[in-house]
Design a protein around this ligand. Structure first.
Ligand code: PAF
Length: 285
């Protein structure tokens, strides 16, 4: 397992693989890897002969007062885990490599139509940081395929959209959410939960499931399930930030509609901000 820190070295490695006619997949991460990330590596291996993961805690996607400094950095354990799943290299640049001018760039990538809601409201500037660093990573590594988790559904749409709009020659793959046995979506931020909070955390998943079942069965419309889910989360001791039924492609609110929708939710539980979602196709009845 190679540890690559310099842009020219990662490019040289990818060029060498490509000269052999082999494909390369990139799994961008911020490290502190868990089974959810490692499932992205498994997915990446289905698309390419060579898998590179990037580990970079990107300062520009954290807002003031967020957990950039506290974000767990576990590169040695991450390398071992990546190797065990068949990744061949990890690209772990320093902050000064990605942002030579001290954390800022004159250029920003923004996808406002998809980011003026949900996590984009709760975390102003977050998606500009994500979109910009993902563009940089894709331009540095130049993979054939890049794999992202569907847990960060809004992020995935933003990345798919920027790749399409900027004609970037990469296929974006969204891999399924990986859950704990009780339904809690895996996340590095789950470490922030106390024992008692960890016991209550699956309420987010349960609220999504219940809402999806009510919608799919025609028992309630979008606004009704949103209100029910909100109450359910508050009753479970969570502090909901949003719970919405949205169009799966545009993230616009949906009325009594049919087609592909996504139920998106974020809630605070102690120090942890949990997000989760449920994708659903509503059939004509
Ligand atoms: O999902 C993440 O871990 C990050 O937002 C990403 C895509 C690696 C960009 O920093």
């Amino acid at each position: 397992m190679q540890l690559i820190e310099r842009i020219e070295d990662v490019r040289a490695q990818v060029d060498a693989w490509r000269r052999e006619g082999e494909r390369v997949a990139l799994v961008p991460t911020m490290g502190n890897l868990h089974e959810g990330h490692l499932a992205l590596v498994d997915a990446a291996r289905e698309h390419a002969e060579h898998v590179i993961a990037s580990v970079f805690v990107n300062p520009t996607q954290f807002g003031p007062g967020e957990d950039y400094d506290a974000y767990p950095r576990t590169l040695e354990a991450d390398r071992a885990a990546l190797q065990s799943r068949g990744a061949e290299a990890v690209f772990a640049p320093a902050v000064t490599t990605m942002y030579p001018d001290g954390g800022t760039l004159a250029t920003r990538v923004e996808v406002p139509s998809l980011t003026d809601r949900f996590c984009g409201i709760a975390r102003p500037g977050h998606f500009t940081g994500v979109a910009t660093v993902v563009c940089k990573l894709l331009n540095i590594v130049r993979p054939d395929t890049a794999v992202f988790g569907r847990k960060d559904y809004q992020q995935l749409l933003v990345i798919q959209r920027l790749v399409a709009d900027l004609d970037m020659p990469v296929t974006v793959v969204g891999a399924p959410i990986v859950r704990e046995a009780d339904g809690l979506a895996m996340s590095s931020r789950n470490h922030y939960l106390t024992q008692d909070e960890r016991r209550r955390a699956p309420a987010l998943y349960q609220a999504l499931q219940a809402a999806a079942n009510r919608l799919a069965g025609g028992a309630a419309g979008p606004r009704e399930v949103e209100a029910e889910a909100w109450r359910r989360l508050v009753d479970a001791g969570l502090d909901p930030e949003y719970f919405s039924v949205a169009d799966a492609d545009t993230l616009e609110p949906v009325g009594d509609t049919i087609g592909r929708v996504v139920l998106l939710a974020a809630a605070w539980l102690g120090r942890a901000r949990l997000i989760d979602n449920h994708e659903l196709t509503l059939d004509a009845r």
